[in-house]
Design a protein around this ligand. Sequence first.
Ligand SMILES: C[S@@+](CC[C@H](N)C(=O)[O-])C[C@H]1O[C@@H](n2cnc3c(N)ncnc32)[C@H](O)[C@@H]1O
Length: 234
Amino acid sequence: MMNSKVYYNSISKTYKAQSNERLSYLNAIDDHVIETMKNTSNLHYLDIGSGDGRRALKIANSLNTAELSLLDDSDGMLNLLDDKEVKIHETSYFDFNTNKKYDLITCLWNVIGHFPSKKHRLEFFRKAEKMLTKRGILIFDVNNRLNIAHYGSENVMKNLIAERSNTEDVGWFSIGDKNVGTKVYIHSPFDISEYLKNTSLHLLKTLYVNYETGKIEKTFFEGQLLYVIGKKDE
Ligand SMILES: C[S@@+](CC[C@H](N)C(=O)[O-])C[C@H]1O[C@@H](n2cnc3c(N)ncnc32)[C@H](O)[C@@H]1O
């Protein structure tokens, strides 16, 4: 199995076609980001795992954005970017060091599922906490292993049974094939509380978004997980 960087470099040429197949879902998420931030002016915006940058550029152009920064560790993905005017950080999030603070940080389409371990996922939130301004908002979506509407009741039943073993292994799945494939972590709706524990981050909104249509659903059995996170007053 490849690590995320090698995997995304290998699939970058077909990435546009892959994301076009998920357009209703991706557009719905973008609309929520725009709706959440529409009244904030002079935004300093960082998108982590931006891939071809299409979505972050669209979001930034729909908001009152002062500066957009894109970050990705796959040069293959970043090379797809049309706009060369934006700030680009070609690095892994875990090697990214900055004193700059952002009003909006996004991490869209299961980017967090590509981080190599739970330790990395926890570090993601500790780091994001430091990079957010007081009014800052973190928005991310991840795939949900209890999403019956997408994965089917048989698979979700297996996942629920595995859940009881309470180990890190439960959420890891393979995508692609043995020649071009990688491991990806598919979340449970219950992971979020551990991520935010002992941080100044707090959950403002959780949405369950249908992976086929982008419609907002009532339960986590029907959609992927979209989170809007703010900062508590210190
Ligand atoms: C599913 S794609 C999503 C791309 C984009 N956010 C979108 O919605 O079209 C996941 C992206 O995360 C990037 N990625 C994964 N792990 C990363 C890391 N540790 N640091 C930076 N980027 C990472 C990959 O290179 C890839 O471009």
